[in-house]
Design a protein around this ligand. Structure first.
Ligand code: ZN
Length: 208
C-alpha cells in the first residue's frame, strides 16, 4: 500500500489517558506522522532510536482510506483495509515537549515510528467490535483493545478528521491505544494480532 497521510488520535481510551495522568479530551485530539514513519512490521527487525530515552509501544487499530472523504460518508464506504500498528513514542522526549508546549513531531514522527501489521480487508465497523486486538511482548500479552472502549468511535473519528483535514486514498488513521503501554528494549519480540489472526512480528534493535 502506498501510504500518504498518517493521522493519529491521542487519548482515545480512558484507561490509557489515566495511566499517563492525562485528561480525556472533549473532542478528538489529532496529530500526524510523516509517511516515512510507516514501515511493515513483517520485516523481522524493527530499528528504533536507542539514544533518546524511553521508546514506548502503543498498539492501535489502524484503518486505511480507499477514496476521498465526503461529508456524511459511512466509514464502511470510506475505509477499505485495517490492521494493527504501533504508534511508537519517544516518551521522555514527549514529556519535555509537553512541558515546553512544543509540537510532538520529534517524539511521534521519527523514522519507523509507525510499524504496521499485514493489511486485512476492512470488515465494517460492526464486525470490528467482535474481536480484540492484542500486542504480545516476549510472548506475554501487554495490550488488548476493542473499538467498543474508544472514547470517540470510528464514525466520529472519520467525520472529524475528514471534515477538517480530508481523507484520500492511501491515508491511514491510528485510532488510539488502550492501557498497558511500556518501554521497548533491544531484542524484544513484538507480535500483533487481531483476534486469533497474527498480523506481524519483529525483533527490536536499538540504533545509535
Ligand atoms: Zn497513540
Amino acid at each position: 500500500m502506498d501510504i500518504r497521510n498518517v493521522f493519529c488520535v491521542g487519548r482515545n481510551y480512558r484507561l490509557h489517558a489515566a495511566e499517563l495522568g492525562n485528561e480525556v479530551p472533549s473532542s478528538p485530539m489529532i496529530f500526524l506522522k510523516p509517511s516515512h514513519a510507516a514501515i511493515s512490521l513483517s520485516d523481522g527487525i524493527l530499528a528504533i532510536p536507542g539514544t533518546q530515552g524511553a521508546v514506548h509501544y502503543e498498539a492501535e487499530l489502524v484503518l486505511a482510506a480507499a477514496r476521498p472523504f465526503e461529508r456524511g460518508i459511512s466509514p464502511d464506504d470510506l475505509f477499505s483495509h485495517m490492521t494493527v500498528g504501533l504508534d511508537l513514542t519517544l516518551r521522555d522526549v514527549q514529556d519535555q515537549l509537553k512541558a515546553k508546549g512544543h509540537p510532538w513531531t520529534p517524539a511521534k514522527g521519527f523514522r519507523n515510528s509507525a510499524p504496521l501489521g499485514r493489511w486485512l480487508p476492512f470488515p465494517g465497523t460492526a464486525e470490528l467490535a467482535k474481536r480484540d486486538f492484542t500486542l504480545r511482548l516476549n510472548g506475554q500479552e501487554v495490550q488488548r483493545g476493542n473499538v467498543q472502549d474508544m472514547v470517540f468511535g470510528i464514525a466520529e473519528l472519520s467525520e472529524f478528521v475528514g471534515v477538517r483535514y480530508g481523507f484520500g486514498t492511501g491515508d491511514i488513521l491510528f485510532t488510539g491505544t488502550p492501557a498497558g503501554v511500556g518501554s521497548l528494549a533491544a531484542g524484544d519480540e513484538l507480535e500483533l494480532a487481531w483476534g486469533e489472526q497474527p498480523l506481524g512480528s519483529a525483533k527490536v534493535s536499538l540504533e545509535g
